[in-house]
Every structure is written in C-alpha cells, then in structure tokens.
Design a protein around this ligand. Structure first.
Ligand SMILES: [Zn+2]
Length: 341
C-alpha cells in the first residue's frame, strides 16, 4: 500500500480546505523530529532521513498498539524546550497551508507533552500558541486555532486539570477534546472533569466547544456517552456509530460532524480495508462527515493523500469530497464563513 502516498498530485490552487482533526504533537516534520532527536542524543548523528523514516513511519496496519505507542514516545521525548514547540507549531501551520488548507484546528495533549516535567502545561500552551501566531502572520488567508486534549489514559484528575486550563484560555484555545484508550477509560469516568466546561458552555455556547474521540476502538455506546455525558458537538472518528441505526439518525438530526481519518483507521485496524470505511456511507445517509489526517507524520500522509484515498479507495465522488469540506467548514470551532465559498 506504499504506493498510496506516492505521486500525490498537488492540490488545486488554494482549494480552501478545512481540517478539523490533526494532532500537533505528532505532526512534526520527520526532518525536524530527526534533528531534535539527534540534538538530544536519542538518534545517532549518522542516521539518514530515509532510514529514520523507514523506522518511524507506519505505512501498513500495525501489529500491536505497543508498536504505535513506541513511536509516540520519541515525539514526547523531543518536545521539551519552548523554542522547539514554537517551531513545531509554526511548521505544522506552514505544512497545512502547503497542503491546501486555509482553516485548520491543531490539537495537543498537555499531559502527554509535559509528562517528564521539563515544561509546565502553561509553558507548552504559550510556546505552541507563539508558533501558531507567527505562522498566521506569515500565511495570508490562513485561519488556525488550538484545541486541548485531555488524555483518557492519564485519568480523570488530569482531565479535570486540562478542562481548567481550557477554561482559563478560552481567548486562545478553540475547543476541548478527550482522546486515548476508549475501551479502558470510558467517557462516563470523565463526566465530572468536564462538568465545569459544560456549565460554562451553557453560559457562552459560542465560545466553548467540545469534540471527543469516540467510536474508533469502542462501539456506539462510547459515542452516546461522548454526546450525552460530555456534551460533544463533534466526534473524532465515530466510524463505529454505524453499528447503531438510532445513533446514526441522532447524528444526522443533530448535525454532529464526524471527523474521519481514513489512513489512521486503516493503520490502527479500526477498519480492515479502505473499502469498508464508512465515510461514503456517512455522506450518503446525511450524517455530516469530513476528511482529516489525524497523525500525518507517523502515517506519512498529507491531506491531499487523504482526499485521493477517499476518492480512489473509498469511492467518494468529487461532489462528495466538496461536501465533506463544506461539513468541516460548517462544523469548525473557528467560526466565521466557509472559505470554499
Ligand atoms: Zn485523533
């Protein structure tokens, strides 16, 4: 399947794409990741980018979760200095822009980034925000915003702290997410942590936004909990929602956008093949869904690759691709108008 990511045609001039689901902390250019790893002595000076890529990128379905987690550890280890986080955010915004995006939401987990304690959560947010603001000054017509992720695996207390950081930074963070091991850490355990956010959302619905990773590794119940207990306005992935007709109808009626990430779902074996991916089914049944990269550096994809895969392997028509980006623009927490016109 390596051929999927070769010869990707350049996206048409400024298609005005919107991307809602992209993890900033694992979106590093691999050249940057290698440079930072070498500087910290985590990689030999003689390692070539080609050899590094071969080792780091996941281009085929994984054998185990441990295989993926071992890749994430390196990202975590190199992101320990504010200037490096700043650079990573700036480069990620430039990469999105080059890929044809004019509106992008970038998310990161403070508990993941700051686990070793060398940076405070506020320092990490400040640094990513500085990098993003620099990029916005350099890239005409780009809109971009940060989301904070509460990581399920770090537990409810850490999630409550993430929610608190979010509420303190509503002027510069556009939304809150929950990600991680869905089956081991169900959404109901985080209801208490999200309560202050839901209260604030009642007061200022235009300012407070919630998206939840759900229905990726766990079934429809996980999506129901994300919606009913955590107030999700959008769902990250949501591919297993289609196992429950009542849920599908609810998503359609309530206009809940599913942030779908085809390559990620194939690599993590959430789907067995692109042919089984429910993106097309979602669009055909009137459930808003959009196309995203998730973790582009690890999976070696661009948004253009995902669009091509959606067309060639999932069977979307050009009109359905356009429609998915219209859904993304409408569901964006950045607000404003649809850049696709
Ligand atoms: Zn994700």
């Amino acid at each position: 399947m390596n051929n999927l990511r070769h010869d990707t045609p350049k996206p048409p001039e400024s298609p005005g794409w919107t991307e809602l689901h992209r993890h900033l902390d694992v979106s590093l250019r691999l050249s940057t990741l290698l440079e930072l790893a070498q500087r910290r002595g985590l990689e030999g000076q003689s390692t070539t980018l080609k050899a590094f890529k071969r080792r780091i990128q996941l281009v085929e379905p994984m054998e185990s979760l441990a295989q993926v987690l071992s890749k994430f550890t390196l990202f975590q280890e190199v992101l320990s200095r504010p200037e490096d986080l700043e650079r990573v955010a700036r480069e990620a915004a430039h990469d999105c822009y080059q890929e044809g995006c004019r509106r992008v939401e970038l998310r990161f987990s403070p508990s993941f980034i700051c686990e070793d304690g060398s940076l405070s959560w506020e320092e990490a947010l400040d640094a990513f925000d500085r990098g993003l603001q620099e990029a916005l000054g350099e890239l005409p017509g780009l809109e971009a915003g940060l989301l904070l992720i509460a990581s399920r695996d770090y537990g409810p207390e850490s999630a409550a702290r993430t929610a608190e950081l979010y509420l303190k930074n509503l002027h510069r963070v556009v939304g809150l997410d929950l990600a991680g091991s869905e089956s081991d850490f169900p959404a109901r355990r985080f209801a208490e942590a999200f309560r202050p956010v839901l209260l604030e959302k009642r007061r200022a619905p235009e300012l407070v936004h919630i998206t939840i990773h759900a229905g990726e590794a766990a079934g429809p119940q996980s999506v129901w909990e994300a919606l009913e207990l955590l107030g999700a306005e959008r769902i990250g992935h949501g591919i297993r929602a289609f196992e429950d007709p009542l849920l599908v109808e609810h998503l359609r009626k309530e206009d809940i956008c599913l942030e779908m990430c085809p390559t990620s779902n194939w690599i993590t074996r959430a789907v067995d093949s692109f042919g089984e991916h429910p993106l097309k089914l979602a669009l055909e049944t009137g459930v808003p869904a959009c196309i995203n990269t998730d973790d582009p550096a690890i999976f070696g994809v661009t948004l253009g690759d995902e669009v091509r895969i959606s067309r060639e392997h999932i069977g979307l028509s050009p009109a359905q691709v356009r429609q998915s980006f219209e859904h993304a623009a409408r569901a964006s927490f950045l607000g404003g108008t649809d850049p696709t016109g």
